[in-house]
Design a protein around this ligand. Structure first.
Ligand SMILES: C[S@@+](CC[C@H](N)C(=O)[O-])C[C@H]1O[C@@H](n2cnc3c(N)ncnc32)[C@H](O)[C@@H]1O
Length: 82
């Protein structure tokens, strides 16, 4: 199973999914966020503590993908599982 989360924030929802849904050894997750302020540090701290970091790819979205520049994108808090 592959999971994509856009707008991962501190990673709480991601970590719940890793513990309860994405439990197969081959399951992987990709997370994207603008990570403003020190959010990326908090997210990575939570992910490292979880022990699931090896299953997760983290991408920092460029500021040009902010809603101010791309008002036609509304995908925050969406969960796609396929
Ligand atoms: C409400 S929080 C998401 C909460 C998270 N999905 C959860 O369930 O715990 C919204 C997140 O979207 C991120 N965000 C806002 N605009 C974004 C964009 N254009 N691209 C990627 N992430 C974005 C914010 O930085 C924030 O971390």
């Amino acid at each position: 199973m592959t999971y994509l989360e856009v707008g991962v924030f501190e990673g709480r929802a991601l970590l719940w999914l890793l513990e309860n849904i994405l439990t197969h050894p081959t399951a992987r997750a990709t997370c994207i966020d603008l990570f403003p302020y020190n959010l990326e540090q908090r997210f990575r701290h939570n992910l490292d503590l979880s022990g699931y970091a090896s299953k997760v790819t983290v991408m920092k979205a460029p500021p040009t993908l902010s809603s101010e520049n791309c008002p036609w994108i509304l995908l925050i808090s969406s969960i796609l599982i396929y």
